[in-house]
Design a protein around this ligand. Sequence first.
Ligand code: KIV
Length: 289
Amino acid sequence: MSTTFQLDTATSRANPTPAPMKRLTVPAIRARKVEGHTARPIVMLTAYTARMAQLLDEHCDMLLVGDSLGQVIYGLPSSVPVTLDMMIAHGAAVVRGSYHAVVVVDLPFGTYEASPEQAFASAARVLKETGCAAIKLEGGAAMAETVAFLVARGIPVIGHVGLTPQAVNVLGGYNARGRSDAEADKILGDARALADAGAFAIVIEGVVEPIAVAITQAVPCPTIGIGASAQCDGQVLVTDDMLGMFDRVPRFVKRYEAIAETISGAAARYADEVRDRSFPGPDQTYQPK
Ligand code: KIV
């Protein structure tokens, strides 16, 4: 079982590790929205590894082990092929690397849609084997019965409406949703159904801004926007996107760093030093005493 392993602070390369602090809870996140207003917006980023979790933890209220790891880590064409075992391995690593944020793990495509019972079995495995506090699943009204089933059985759920990447084969791409009145009404109805079913937060992805604002005003639980609106109760981004790991990113991503250039530059300097035999130098080699 993955949670058997704790981060060994003596042997971890991430030494000194961040000081332990009290972990936020799902009710504390839910309670941030009071009478339709969230005074302190909720900060969420994706994390897939223990070290990244350590670096993000103190800055974030929630860490999302998103199934975007399919594309970001594994180079897959979409999140559709991601498996529960992949999510559990990365979820356990992120729990090990964090002390403070609520860790949320995505249920991947095909592990929850068939029935509430299937969703419970998958979500229970995720909670037991990673130590995370909540799961996220995609879909609106069609998932409401499942969300109510999970919440009634002790599994906190974040819903996900608008652009739902697991449905790429139905949607035909990753374009912003809600440009027609019918689609806007559907997305608003989806969010209302998830909130009524007991979701403690709802991710709104890739929708035209007025829909994100309308949902945020309509539902009592916090909304977390990505390609949505600054008026949402919180925001989430794929960390690798905002760090500048990729050239091609959705329009809604803001790059806060240019980490790809930094990595490529470091690799180029290393390659030069290997080729001219200036690495390893005296500081990196062992000599007899
Ligand atoms: O998988 C993911 O990273 C997500 C976010 C983009 C919200 O679902």
